[in-house]
Design a protein around this ligand. Structure first.
Ligand SMILES: Nc1ncnc2c1ncn2[C@@H]1O[C@H](COP(=O)(O)OP(=O)(O)OP(=O)(O)O)[C@@H](O)[C@H]1O
Length: 320
């Protein structure tokens, strides 16, 4: 309402200007003035499109120009206004491509140099993303889904000495190996980190991470809390650490019981450990709730984090 009342005097002046054929001048930022000056040459007059619609003016056409991140709406005389849903529609509806290129040429002339076609944002650095969280929270389920929708991210397959669970695939879910084989990897210093978890070894092979990072690919690591702490020491703030939690402790336990992969003794150990692990939440950059039945939402949150990381001005720069 306030905008309208402030605007009415301007609108009256504008319409009067149109009738009298007098070019109006409005206070615009410098960059906009350049645009205005250039378009003035093409006999285009600048007004607010919204104002003209409100006034039901029917003797103007629209030319929209993106300048300094804002949309300027230019009204030129003689052609009728058409109804449209957005500035982009207005552009399509009323400006022919030849007119557009004419405007661009005019702008380039005024600027004294050609408009740059290069991307304005620098290419983002490859990310190292660590996903961690207590046992049974859904790390594997979440990562599996994330891989389906973001297959450009390389999931680093962990080596483990634990037995394969039904449905798990060698080289996809884990590299399953015997304890002597795993100990050999340790001896050859071929693991970024490794740990003995619930009596089984788990570790991240260096080779995979090294190879991916050298090609500029994003890397996703699934680590338990100890592993995440070790990798944090290695990468510091240069990697992204995400902590998955269930909506509550009871929800986590129900999920573990439902999975039916542990005896009651093993369950007890996992639940007691999970209670301790959740205390490490502050060592992470992000926390994401994997609520029951909300796997898609969880994965969508992870995608948002990755996208936000890609949009950072000060990029993380993981080196290995
Ligand atoms: N959002 C969810 N809603 C319901 N069930 C889920 C959800 N996320 C995962 N699950 C299920 O919970 C169980 C535990 O998930 P998963 O095995 O992925 O956990 P994990 O964190 O990888 O466990 P671990 O560290 O013990 O390997 C699985 O049966 C999985 O299908």
């Amino acid at each position: 309402m306030t905008g309208l009342t402030t605007f009415l005097p301007f609108l009256r002046g504008t319409l009067l200007g149109l009738k009298l054929g007098v070019r109006q001048r409005h206070v615009l930022p410098d960059s906009h003035r350049i645009v205005e000056a250039s378009l003035a040459r093409a006999h285009v007059q600048c007004f607010s499109l919204r104002a003209c619609r409100a006034s039901k003016a029917s003797d103007a056409s629209t030319v929209c120009v993106e300048s300094s991140g804002r949309s300027l709406e230019w009204l030129a005389s003689k052609t009728p206004i058409r109804s449209y849903a957005s500035s982009a529609d207005a552009m399509n509806a009323t400006v022919s491509s030849s007119k557009q290129s004419q405007v661009l040429k005019e702008l380039e002339k005024v600027l004294g140099s050609p408009l740059d076609t290069q991307p304005q944002a620098p290419p983002p650095n490859p990310l190292v993303v660590v996903i961690s969280g207590p046992s049974g929270v859904g790390k594997d389920a979440v990562i599996k889904r994330l891989q389906e929708i973001r297959n450009e991210i390389h999931f680093v397959v962990t080596a483990t000495t634990r037995p394969k669970r039904p449905g798990e695939v060698e080289g996809v879910d884990y590299y399953f190996m015997s304890k002597p084989e795993f100990l050999d990897l340790i001896a050859r210093n071929e693991l970024i980190e490794h740990a003995l978890v619930y009596g089984d070894y788990k570790g991240v092979p260096k080779k995979q991470v090294r190879e991916c990072m050298s090609t500029g690919q994003d890397v996703l690591l699934r680590l338990d809390i100890q592993g995440a702490a070790t990798v944090r020491k290695l990468f510091g703030q240069e990697a992204v650490f995400i902590f998955l939690v269930a909506e509550s402790e009871v929800a986590l336990v129900e999920r573990l019981v439902e999975r039916k992969t542990e005896s009651i003794d093993k369950l007890l150990v996992r639940v007691a450990t999970a209670r301790e692990e959740v205390k490490h939440i502050n060592e992470f950059d992000y926390v994401v709730v994997n609520a029951d039945g909300q796997l898609e939402r969880t994965v969508s949150h992870l995608c948002s984090i990755i996208d936000a990381e890609k949009a950072r001005v000060q990029q993380r720069h993981a080196q290995f």
